[in-house]
Design a protein. Sequence first.
Length: 548
Amino acid sequence: MKQQLLAGKHSVILLLIILLPALSKAQYCNTSYSSSQCINYDMYIQDFKTTGGVTNITNTSSGCGNTSTSYIYYNTMKHAGVQGTAVYFTVKIGQTYAQGVRIWVDYNADGDFSDAGEAVYNPSSTISGNGSVSSSFTIPANATPGVTRMRVRSSYATTGFSECGSQSYGECEDYVFEVVPSCSAKFTTPPSDSKACENGDVLFTAAGIKTDSFNWQANYGSGWVLLGDDLNHSGTTTDSLVVKNLAMGMDGFQYRAVAINKTEGCSVNSLPATLDMVASSSASIVIAPNPGNIVCEETEVTLYTTWSNGGTTPKYQWMINGQDVPGATAGTFKTGKLANGDIVECRFMSSAICVPAKLSNPVEFNVNPLLTPYVDMNVTYEGGNTYTYTAIPTNGGVSPTYIWYRNNVMAGGVNGDTYTITDAKPYDKIIVKMVSDAPCVHPGSVMVSSNVFLTGINDNKTAMLAFNVTPNPNNGQFSLSGKLPVGAKDVTITITNAVGQVVATYNYHADNGILNMPVKVDNLTNGLYNAQVKTKNNMSNTRFVVAK
């Protein structure tokens, strides 16, 4: 049964949301006088005085307070009266013509004088020129405690006029009016206006003294109703009211707290707080890395943001592989610790209301390892005293540069990967230096030097001759043949690509000193390759081309 009642109440509230127009945030209406301003023909309120209050008004000989509009707000003059007590007043008008005088008080502090009981003085007859009238009215016991407004208005020769709009002659004066609670319960912190988002919640809070408990009330446009905990509300008897399942149709709804003093058996209503519904909108954020997302290991990368609808103070949280990076909450993000395949994103939180957090585009990084170049060499006997030295690069890049030295003297005009001498001596010392153009070379290792190669020639027949690759070019399937040094039987054959990466290795045993080996290397791409034949004491290199 209780669930049915809750569901019914929820339905009523939803119906109110749909059918009731949003409450306007009322401002006190304007008055005007079309025929002449109050300074002409003495059409003004000369004196207005109150008694019986905690604080009273004495405004005498004021004449025409505003000669431009015949309206004036005396915001430094206040009548403060206790709930349920009488306000005694005297009004005197200008000396020449009869005027009607009426008085209104905004007892519920909703910004108008149109509620029942707020027209507090409604005489049927006018006051003669230079005449006065004294009367009284009583502050309702349930008037909303706090500061509000009182309006005193006159009009020539009639009492049939309202608190707003135009009359021919007369004057309108507004004063501060404070309703003092008769109950000793008092709000130290009344609920305040709140902005909220559709489908979300909103919290109204209150605090008071000499208060044993609270009740919360709502005004959907047709008066105050007592709230109870249900699908749309919680905390209705505490100092904190939560309104849930918010909809845009609730814009302008009002809520107030009732502070209850059980000892005195009385209560005090707070001033109303207004709900301001804000339509949802979206933020956007795009991140971009500098120098890019393809980098070398240990390279410092800076990621920048471009965003919209972030409000005045947006917030950021950078993430790597879906995990928050502690302390990374600025608009840019720097790091030199990325690994290959890392994905960087930024969670963007707008400071504007009703703008949900937005996740940026992901940036995946291709991080290449730092490379250490290395260069070695081998020698091939060409006959006579002619020998060819071939550089063997590791991590040399696509087009490394070579510098050759013979006996510590640089060989002029030679910068390729081979160096041939025709007058070799047994004591010759050969060195090659390589300048790598490979990406991600370790700092300080761009130029490297080979070990010293001692020719040590005593018997030319011990040097290995060049080997043949047949066919050349080929599709990765070829024969490698040639004569081995005297006594050489075990051979290691290594196939490398143009940048020195090993793509295949074979071991071969020859009993007759002749190498004649079929080779098949699958999945080779088109390009230049090197076949290195190495025995225990010698090695030789032969280039070939794969062209499929």
